[in-house]
Structure formats: C-alpha cells, structure tokens
Design a protein around this ligand. Structure first.
Ligand code: NAG
Ligand code: NAG
Length: 482
C-alpha cells in the first residue's frame, strides 16, 4: 500500500482543514500534528471523508422529490469511523404534476395489485393507507377488505402524507431546511438570511404615544420598503390604518372601517385582526417592496400604538433621519430616562465637574483578546460605535452621554444620543471625551420599570474604534452561539 507512519492527506494533514485559519489554533494543530507524526501515528483519530459526490437526479419526474449525494470514509487500520453523515438529501422541485397524475405512493402500492403477496393465492388491489403508525412505511389497504399490509419502506422522496411538507428518506420523515437540505433544520433568520444570526438587519421597536388633540388620522411611522416581520398592536377603540406608497389606503382609510382579514400591500400579506377586547393587530412577514405609512384613526385618547419591524442595516440610517425630519422620532437629543438629578445643594460643586475624576483611579484589568470580545459581544444587548459627548461622575456611578454612530447589534431600538452608565467613579475601561469607541452594553430595567438604562459592565468591552476593531466585531457577530 505504501503508507508510511504519516500518510500525506490522511489522518495528520486532514486536521488542518479548519474553515477560517487562525494563527494560534493553527500553531497548536501543527504541534499536535508533528507530535503525532513523530510518534508514528499511534494516537489514531477518525478517518477522513472523500469529497462529496455529485447530486443524483430528482427521485420524481414531476413535483417534489429528493436528490442525494454521498461520500465515503477513508480509514487506515486502527482509525475510528468518520463523524457525520455519509449521505445528504436535498429537496428538488420539478414542475407540478398534471392533475390526473397518479401519486407516487399510490404507484408503489399498485405494484402489488393482482399478485399473490400474503403467502396465499389470494390477490388484491392495493391503495395507500394513512392510518398506520409509521407514515414512511408503505402501508397499503386491500381494497374492499378490512386490513392493510406494510410492504416495508416507501421509496425515498415519497411525501410523508398527502399535502404535507415532509418527504420520506430512508424510512424517516424529514422536512427541508431553508438551505433545501432535508433534515438540516436550517432556519431563516429575521433578516431573511438562511442560517443567519439576525445581524444583517436591525429591529425597530417603538410605542407611539402622542395623544392627538383632534379625532382623525395621525401618522405613526413610516415602514420603509424592505421591512420584515412587521407587528403592530393597539388596545383602544381607535383604529390602525395603513397607506401604500401610492397614497391609497390599504385598510381603514377614508373614515371607513375595514373588516378583519388578509390584505395585499407592498408585495406582502398584511393580516389585520380586531377583537372586541378592544384590540387590533397588524402582522406582515415581508419583505415589503414599497414604503408603507402606518397611521392611527383617533376616536378617543391614544393609549399607545406599539409597533416593530426589522430593517436591513443599510436602510436604518435613512429611516431614522426621515423619521426625525417628519418629527416622528422621539425628541432629540433625548436620553433614555429623566435624569435623576440629586438636589443641587447636596452635591459638592467639585463632583459636578464634567470630566474630572474625584481622585486618581487604580489601573484597570486587561480586557483585550478574542475570548473577552466574544463573551461581551454575544452576551450584550447592544453593540455600537459611539462618540463620547460628555462625562458625569457621581459617587456611585459614571454617566457618559454618547452619540451612536453605527449599530452592530440591538435588542431594542437606540436613539441617536444615549446615556451609558458605568459602575463607580472609576469605570474600567475609562472612556475619554470626544473619542470614538466600540461598546458592548446591556440594558438594565429596574424592577419597578421606572429606570431603563444602558450599562457598561466593569471590565466590559469598550475599545477605541478603528477599522481593525470594526472587523473584529463583525467577526465576533458571526461566532455567537445561537
Ligand atoms: C433572531 O431573532 C428572533 C426574534 O428575536 C429570535 O427568535 C431568533 O432566535 C433569533 N435568531 C438567531 C439566530 O439569533
Ligand atoms: C403624514 O405623512 C405623510 C407622508 O409623509 C404626509 O404627507 C402627511 O402630511 C402627514 N400627515 C400628518 C397629519 O402629519
């Protein structure tokens, strides 16, 4: 065979195929590899897969079916089996079957028609039977008889039951993930990306509380084209109204109340419900192809219209700007809460000096490194680039006023200016005024709901912003566990 103790390409080198090479990890792997090779490969790992073969033709000749590809595990003596599947099944979709076509499962049952199959000379006509426990067995009912028989598994690609999404593969009912692979479990994220991590779009989530001074239509928000997962709810005798980009009402326009139901607008289905509660909701999956204007038709004081949708990252800035021009965004600058100013008399003037600390601060712990970044990126509610506008120190905490420049991650909407709080008068790491940082912060809501704050934890993630830091953050975004 000509295999030495360290065959090229098999157990040793195969390990270097990490998808994204990282220096430290590669060094460790190299050491590990060298060690193993010099010991003559006595510590045996698993074998190695051959590349995938090509996909087979679709199992069906019309409608849905499966196509399969396979690979083989190459093992040296003493090596363990490869981990993972040797076969992968993919959904294939051919043009729909003609209405009169015999369904695949019916065909498989019909193969036994007129044949003595049950050990007697008796023969039957067989049709599918769907009441048996395993729907991926070929369960066929003898026509005119009160029994069915299982002829083993159905062929791969047979629908699990009529009208169902799943297809039988090797006797199991599997449905396709958004990647088309059966049983992969891959899901579309909120941004419409298959297997994504919700990080290519941002969540807009607000409550419109303006209490109109007159009955009539009030603008609530623009819902820009490209929005997904739109949800609106209001609980009062008022009515939600929706206007298309062409200025025509989709529902509840012109002082006429529309019936609950599904409406077509901006390339999506808008589901409108109205309960006697009173409560009204709007839902749409999107993505929308045009701007929509959400309004409320006031008949009584507005208790609040809650709305949310997800916007592609690049549409968020223009939306924010437009909302401000139209005066729909909250007043700016508007920090997240009413500033709990202690009475003036109790505060010594020195402590109010905007940027000076009360005394020398001890050195901060080292917070650099990938593990630290990952921990804080993934564990935080918000990650953004921000410029520090001002600092206010008190005995128990430090408050930074920041201008948000770029949002990497948000669990709820951010304003253009926010207060970020850090524990103690000597926060770690300290933020200098007029500098830009990449910050990972948490949202902290007091139990009674009166305080809603952004918190930069001690020794958290706050790095001076740079293009390199930016790409590290983007990398971290893709590494968070789901
Ligand atoms: C994306 O966000 C939705 C809604 O917040 C959540 O249910 C889902 O788990 C998130 N997906 C990922 C991959 O984080
Ligand atoms: C609502 O917004 C639309 C579109 O921007 C605008 O034409 C209209 O004047 C606004 N109406 C009110 C009452 O502000």
């Amino acid at each position: 065979m000509g295999f030495g103790p360290c065959p090229a390409g098999a157990s040793c080198m195969g390990l270097l195929c990490s998808p994204r090479p990282r220096p430290l990890q590669n060094l460790l792997l190299l050491l590990w590899t060298l060690l193993n090779c010099s010991l003559g490969g006595s510590a045996q790992g698993p074998g190695e897969w051959t590349p995938w073969g090509s996909w087979t033709r679709c199992s069906s000749s019309c409608g849905r079916g499966v196509s399969v590809r396979s690979r083989r595990c190459i093992r040296l003596p003493g090596e363990e089996p490869c981990s993972g599947d040797s076969h992968e099944y993919r959904l294939c979709q051919l043009p729909d079957c003609s209405p009169g076509a015999v369904p695949f499962r019916d065909l498989q049952c019909a193969l036994y028609n007129g044949r003595p199959v049950l050990g007697t000379q008796e023969t039957y006509q067989w049709v599918p039977f769907h009441g048996a426990p395993n729907q991926c067995d070929l369960n066929c009912l003898a026509e005119g008889q009160a029994f069915y028989h299982s002829f083993g598994r159905v062929l791969d690609g047979t629908p699990c039951s009529p009208g169902a999404q799943g297809l039988c593969v090797a006797g199991r009912c599997l449905s396709a993930g958004c990647d088309g692979v059966l049983g992969s479990g891959a899901l579309e994220d909120r941004c419409g990306l298959c297997g994504g991590a919700n990080d290519t779009c941002l969540l807009v989530q607000r409550v419109f509380r303006d209490a109109g001074a007159f009955a009539g239509y009030w603008n609530v928000t623009l819902i820009p084209a490209g929005a997904r997962h739109i949800r609106v709810v209001q609980r009062s005798r008022n009515h939600l109204a929706l206007m298309g980009g062409d200025g025509r009402y989709v529902l509840n326009g012109d002082w006429a109340v529309s019936p609950p139901g599904t409406y077509e607008a901006a390339g999506t289905h808008v589901v409108y419900t109205r309960a006697a509660g009173p409560e009204e909701t709007l839902h749409a999956a999107g993505p929308t192809t045009q701007d929509l204007l959400l309004q409320v038709l006031l008949r009584e004081p507005n208790p609040g219209v809650q709305f949310e949708f997800w916007l592609p990252r690049e549409r968020y800035g223009p939306f924010q700007a437009q909302a401000q021009v139209l005066g729909w965004a909250p007043r700016q600058p508007q920090p997240r809460e009413v500033d709990p100013q202690p009475p003036q008399l109790l505060e010594p003037p020195a402590a109010r000096a905007p940027t000076r600390a009360p005394g020398p601060c001890p050195p901060c712990p080292d917070t650099r490194g990938r593990a630290h970044r990952l921990l804080h990126y993934c564990g935080s509610d918000f990650v953004f680039q921000a410029r520090v506008l001002g600092t206010h120190r008190q005995a128990q905490e430090t408050r930074y006023e920041v201008r948000i420049l770029l949002i990497y991650k948000n669990r709820s909407p951010l304003r253009m200016r926010e207060y970020v709080w850090a524990p103690g008068p000597c926060p770690c790491p300290p933020l200098a005024p007029h500098r830009e940082y990449l910050l990972a912060v948490r949202r902290l809501i007091s139990p009674d709901g009166t305080q809603d704050r952004l918190l930069l934890p001690h020794a958290g993630y706050a790095r001076p912003w740079s293009p390199a830091e930016d790409s590290r953050a983007r990398l971290a975004a893709r590494r968070c566990p789901v």
